[in-house]
Write a protein that binds this ligand. Sequence first.
Ligand code: NDP
Length: 333
Amino acid sequence: AHEIRLASRPEGFPTPENFDLAEVPVPTPGAGQLLVRTLVMSVDPYMRGRMNDAKSYVAPYEVGKALEGGAVGEVVLSNAPGFAVGDTVLHGLGWREYAVVDAEQAAKVDPQRAPLGAYLGVLGMPGLTAYAGLVDVAGLKEGDVVFVSGAAGAVGQVAGQVAKLRGASRVIGSAGTDAKVEYLIDELGFDAAFNYKDAPVAEQLAAAAPDGVDVFFDNVGGDHLEAAIASFTLHGRAALCGSISGYNATESTRPPGPRNLGLAVGKRLTLRGFLVWDHAHLRDQFEREVTAWIAEGRLRYRETITEGGLAKAPEAFLGMLRGENTGKALVTF
Ligand code: NDP
């Protein structure tokens, strides 16, 4: 069997040399554990943060050790009551062909209810992030004008549609290619969208939201946050979800933060960071609502799937950081 280890910590944008495909024996589960064969794994922006040796909300990956992340696999050996061979489970030990998972860390998922990849995307962590950011964090209200940055990604594609489905009057999205902009407008029903590479974000946002923005769901940070602050109406609210524009920066290339934060006082803004794991209480409501919307054809989503298994995972991860994915980036085994 194989696992992918962190070979070295990246300086700036990561490279394939930062990853090491290592051969390992198939591990043996102990009492209360499962042996799980990976079927699909997730590559996520937060993994870039864990490649740094920096104090953060999750521990850094260790050099020479296997990476971790969301994955769905098939139970091939069970030493835990309640799990049988053949069950499919969601767990946090991706980047491996075989994982030994504590039963408490495994959640059964139903392949009849949704394709397995959905449990890592639209019905999983990224979907809940979108939902919680709007409902709990930004306090989305009917009639709000909503701006979503990184709108064609795993979180963003759900955020924009949930905003609309829960009563936003106008939803604007930004993304990094013209094809993604088309996807947002033509397939997802965004009212307006722009390519942030075409012209300054502040200009494009002002044109798309002539009456201002009430809610900003931010995946990008930097110039996007600065533009939202400029466009905010009185009592505007931002759910600060991520700031991917800075994830690969070094001290010297780090883009300036919002330079107009002073406007937050007069506009009485709320700029609120959040982590999805603090919003687990919304999970049932989120699953019910989103599952129904998908079944009714009112919420659509895409996945960008890299086939070929573990060896392809580093390239899938780097591709996601470069913006090659539309919707959730996944690797199938
Ligand atoms: P995505 O599927 O959106 O993939 C990342 C996307 O980021 C790329 O496709 C690319 O799209 C965009 N991107 C890359 N570099 C830049 C840049 N310099 N400027 C602007 N956009 C860039 O990933 P996710 O949906 O999984 O995650 C989106 C955000 O949400 C991330 O910031 C992530 O850290 C955050 N997050 C936060 C959570 C929380 O609990 N707070 C939980 C989950 C995710 P493009 O072509 O548009 O540039």
